[in-house]
Design a binder for this molecule. Structure first.
Ligand SMILES: Nc1ncnc2c1ncn2[C@@H]1O[C@H](COP(=O)(O)OP(=O)(O)OP(=O)(O)O)[C@@H](O)[C@H]1O
Ligand SMILES: [Mg+2]
Length: 606
């Protein structure tokens, strides 16, 4: 019920539409009831030429003296029963059709709007999740949820509301017809309904869980799909097509089983209800025969009654079906709400302050850190480090030492477990995230570019940037020359993750992007791979340009970067083991000396 009211909240802003459609659907039900009320006239009067031309009584409300005649809807000149019935049928169907159309449209309008809001909410919530969330949730799964689960919610909201209202009102008016025709027979025939209701509810619960299961399987399939598509080169280079195909087939089989199980549950409702219907009708026919025989009821009335009952089974059957679809939607909604309820750890504190432009220092005091889901091993152990404004601090150390982790604490991708990172004397956990990140440009170890134009990629952090600024950033990043050689220049679309560019070109674009953002703090995680000497030099020069007049934390692999550093910090096993200038560290013959010798050997060998 909690999930339902939460879902309903999304429909609330569109309440007028909902209200109008309720009215329209009520008219649909009413028309259906009135149509049935015309049936006795057809059998008793229209088809019987000898019948007297008396007023056509539709129904009376007992003990009030109120009686409604068909004649009440017509001017007094028209009293021919055939004309009245003919006009009645046409008007009822017209009203029913029009109201059904507009009611249906309106309900779907409400549903589609509500679901759009929901999807946006989910997307926004997911965007604000922290790094841990994305490490835990595979992309394919998240995508499946945001698309398929919400689609299912949408189908269930729209079809549930539209059809539910249509059927509920129809059932209501048919029930009225039944009761006003013969309340004793009605009571008997409605005895089966509690049984039907009980079965429906039991079944609904089961359907909800099987749907969730099927949706999970679909998400699993999507995960494999997403992984193999983005990693297609690795798949091919390892000849893993068969392996992936098998993995996909297994997941698809699980989805198939899940779906079939759900279909089995879903389709059982209708036949069960129909069977109960058949039992009731046989019983009724027997009773009706007695009543007609003893002339307590006309054949026309009895036909009306049985037809109304038959018609009533349809909405009831549909209502159980809708109930099932709705249970599916609720199952999907639960998962979506699950994502929304995940509270990220890295968030603004209620009284967080804005950070003005960075002006003094970044300080790590006794910082320890371990990854949230990893074993308790400390990745960073008691780090103390100060970076003053204008300094270039180089971090060096073996792979896996914790360098990337260390710099990731500055923009608060993660929070320190112990100790604190301070900027300008303020603990960054008390600074508003947006103002903190405004002050930081990052060129990460593996660059991520978007599948849009070069221009948009460079201007990503500053969508308002002028064309000259973008071009100037590209020039400083030494990217201008290759951009101008591209067929559409700055408007060239560079493919997913920038696939249509070389590794060095991607890096220079990332540098241009960081240059344009022009933040005072620069975090640079130099990538060592896939660069030849020529582009290495270009990237290096671009980096030098980027580091001008900035405070830089650079994870350095290149000797030239290291030489530019005002201070070198050697990290090993999550600890700072040495600090000093290049010359001083070399002279002390420690870890740095060893690393330097290794690299130097590489350079000479290369
Ligand atoms: N998201 C993560 N979850 C759990 N453990 C992680 C995560 N990222 C890194 N680690 C672990 O933390 C340790 C430090 O990783 P980090 O990326 O900081 O190393 P690094 O010094 O940057 O290495 P490299 O020079 O290879 O980039 C490694 O042992 C790694 O396995
Ligand atoms: Mg790293």
């Amino acid at each position: 019920m909690k999930d339902f009211s939460r879902l309903f909240k999304y429909a609330l802003p569109y309440f007028p539409g909902l209200l109008a459609s309720i009215v329209l659907m009520a008219v649909v039900g009413l028309s259906q009831g009135l149509l049935l009320k015309l049936i006795p006239f057809i059998f008793n009067r229209v088809l019987d030429p000898k019948s007297p031309d008396a007023p056509a009584k539709l129904f009376e409300i007992p003990h009030t003296g109120f009686t409604l005649y068909l004649n009440d809807f017509f001017p007094s000149q028209i009293h021919n029963i055939w004309t009245m019935v003919a006009v009645g049928i046409i008007v009822c169907y017209l009203a029913k059709g029009l109201c059904d159309y507009f009611g249906n449209y309106l309900v779907n309008w409400v549903g589609v709007n509500a679901v759009m809001d929901l999807r946006q909410d989910v997307f926004d919530r997911v965007l604000h999740q922290d790094a841990k969330f994305f490490e835990d949730q595979p992309t394919g799964r998240l995508m499946s949820s945001i698309m398929n689960d919400i689609d299912r919610v949408q189908v269930s909201i729209s079809s549930m509301l539209a059809d539910w209202m249509r059927q509920a009102f129809t059932a209501l008016f048919l029930l009225l017809v039944l009761v006003t025709t013969n309340w004793k027979l009605s009571l008997i025939s409605l005895l089966v309904f509690p049984v039907v209701a009980f079965l429906t509810i039991r079944l609904g619960k089961r359907i909800r869980s099987t749907t969730r299961h099927a949706q999970d399987m679909a998400a699993g399939l999507n995960e494999i799909l997403q992984e193999t598509l983005t990693g297609h080169q690795v798949v091919k280079s390892f000849g893993a097509e068969d392996f992936e195909s098998k993995r996909f087939r297994l997941a698809a089989q699980r989805l198939k089983t899940g779906t079939l199980r759900y279909v089995a549950h879903q389709s059982i409702a209708s036949p069960v209800i129909e069977f109960f219907g058949a039992l009731t009708i046989v019983g009724l026919l027997w009773l009706g025969r007695q009543q007609v025989k003893h002339t307590t009821m006309t054949a026309g009335d009895f036909t009306e009654f049985v037809l109304a009952l038959l018609f009533l089974y349809e909405p009831i059957k549909r209502l159980t079906n809708i109930h099932n679809i709705f249970q599916q939607g609720l199952g999907a909604a639960m998962r979506v709400f699950g994502y929304m309820d995940n509270h990220p750890d890295v968030v603004d504190k209620p009284n967080a302050e804005r950070l003005a432009r960075f002006s003094k220092s970044i300080r790590f005091s006794n910082v320890s850190f371990c990854y949230p889901n990893a074993t308790s091993r400390l990745v960073l152990d008691n780090i103390n480090l100060e970076v003053n404004v204008g300094e270039v601090v180089a971090l060096v150390g073996p792979s896996g030492a914790g360098k990337t982790t260390l710099v990731n604490l500055v923009p608060r991708f993660y929070d320190a477990v112990n100790g604190a990172v301070e900027i300008d004397g303020k603990d960054i956990r008390g600074i508003r995230l947006d103002s903190l990140r405004e002050n930081i440009s990052i060129v990460a170890q593996d660059t991520f570019l978007f599948n849009s134009s070069i221009f948009d990629n460079i201007a990503y952090g500053r969508p308002d940037a002028k064309r000259e600024e973008v071009i100037s950033a590209a020039r400083t990043a030494l990217a201008e020359e290759f951009i101008e050689r591209l067929p559409d220049g700055y408007d060239t679309v560079i493919g997913e993750r920038g696939l249509k560019l070389s590794g060095g070109q991607r890096q220079r674009l990332a540098i241009a992007r960081a240059l344009l953002k022009n933040a005072p703090i620069l975090i640079l995680d130099e990538a060592t791979s896939h660069l030849d000497t020529e582009s290495e030099r270009l990237v290096q020069d671009a980096l030098t340009a980027l580091m001008q007049k900035r405070t830089v934390l650079v994870i350095a692999h290149r000797l030239s970067t290291i030489r530019q550093a005002s201070k070198i910090v050697v990290v090993e096993g999550g600890r700072i083991v040495e600090t000093g200038t290049h010359e001083k560290l070399l002279a002390s013959c420690g870890v740095y000396h060893r690393l330097y010798e290794l690299q130097h050997a590489d350079v000479i060998a290369g």
